[in-house]
Design a protein around this ligand. Structure first.
Ligand SMILES: Nc1nc2c(ncn2[C@@H]2O[C@H](COP(=O)(O)OP(=O)(O)O)[C@@H](O)[C@H]2O)c(=O)[nH]1
Ligand SMILES: [Mg+2]
Length: 219
C-alpha cells in the first residue's frame, strides 16, 4: 500500500517535471536545480553567478525553495535578479508542480537562465526531479570530505558537483584529494567545480559551463 502511494506521488511529480522541461526547452531557457546541505553556500553561489552572468549580458531569474522565510529571495533581489520564493511549509524538497506555479508568477520575457535553489537537504530532493536540465550539488569544506560516502545517491545523480568554501581549506582538516576521488568513484561524468564565494574563485568556470549549455540549447 505504502509503496503504491509513493509510486503515485513520484509518478505525478515526474509528469510535472516533464512538463517543466518541455516549457523550458520550447522557450530556450536553461534551468539548473541546485541542491546541498543547509549552509553549503547555494544562495552565495547564486549571488556570485548573478553578478558574473549579468556582467556577460545574460538574463536570469531565480526560484528559491525554503521551508520558511523569504531571506534568500531578498538576498537574490539585492544581487540584482528577480526571485520567486517558495515556502514548502515543512516539506524537505521542492515538487515539480511548485516550480511550475512559481514560473507562472515570473515574467519570463527575455529570460535565458533559471536558477532553482532546492530546500537544503542531501536526501529528499534526489527523488523529486524538477525537470531542470542540470542538477548541481553544492558541497562545502566545513561539511567534511566524507560527504560523498555518506550521501552517495545525491553525488551519483548530480550533473555537476561544486566544492564551495575552498578559501577555508588551509584552516580545516579537509582532504580535497580524497573528496574528489570519492566523487570520481561515484560519478566520473559530473563536471567538478572548486569555488570560493568569498574570494570569487571558480565562479567564472561555473558561468562558462552555464553559458556553454545555454549556447547548445539555443542551437
Ligand atoms: N568562508 C566562506 N564562507 C562562505 C562561502 N560561501 C558561503 N559562505 C557562508 O556560508 C553561510 C551559508 O551560506 P548560504 O549561501 O546562505 O548557504 P545556503 O544555505 O546553502 O544557501 C553564509 O554565512 C555565507 O556567508 C565561501 O565560499 N567561503
Ligand atoms: Mg540559501
Amino acid at each position: 500500500m505504502r509503496v503504491e502511494v509513493m509510486r503515485g506521488i513520484l509518478g505525478s511529480n515526474k509528469a510535472a517535471a516533464d512538463a517543466n522541461r518541455k516549457f523550458w526547452d520550447d522557450n530556450r531557457i536553461l534551468a539548473l536545480d541546485f541542491m546541498g546541505s543547509p549552509g553549503s553556500g547555494k544562495t552565495s553561489v547564486f549571488e556570485g553567478t548573478i553578478a558574473e552572468l549579468t556582467k556577460r549580458g545574460r538574463t536570469l531569474k531565480v526560484i528559491e525553495g525554503d521551508v520558511a522565510s523569504d531571506n534568500d529571495a531578498r538576498r537574490i533581489e539585492q544581487a540584482g535578479a528577480e526571485a520567486f520564493q517558495i515556502n514548502t511549509g515543512g516539506a524537505c524538497h521542492l515538487h515539480a508542480a511548485m516550480v511550475s506555479r512559481a514560473m507562472e508568477q515570473l515574467d519570463l520575457d527575455g529570460v535565458q537562465i533559471i536558477l532553482i535553489e532546492n530546500v537544503g537537504n542531501l536526501v529528499c530532493p534526489t527523488a523529486f526531479l524538477l525537470g531542470a536540465h542540470f542538477r548541481i550539488l553544492v558541497a562545502s569544506v566545513p561539511e567534511g570530505d566524507d560527504k560523498p560516502e555518506k550521501y552517495p545517491v545525491a553525488f551519483r545523480e548530480a550533473d555537476g558537483i561544486i566544492l564551495n568554501k575552498i578559501d577555508l581549506l588551509p584552516h580545516l582538516p579537509f582532504d580535497a584529494g580524497r573528496f574528489w576521488d570519492l566523487c570520481d568513484q561515484l560519478n566520473a561524468e559530473a563536471p567538478q567545480f572548486a569555488i570560493s564565494c568569498t574570494t570569487g574563485e571558480g565562479i567564472d568556470t561555473l558561468c562558462d559551463f552555464i553559458e556553454r549549455h545555454l549556447a547548445e540549447l539555443a542551437g
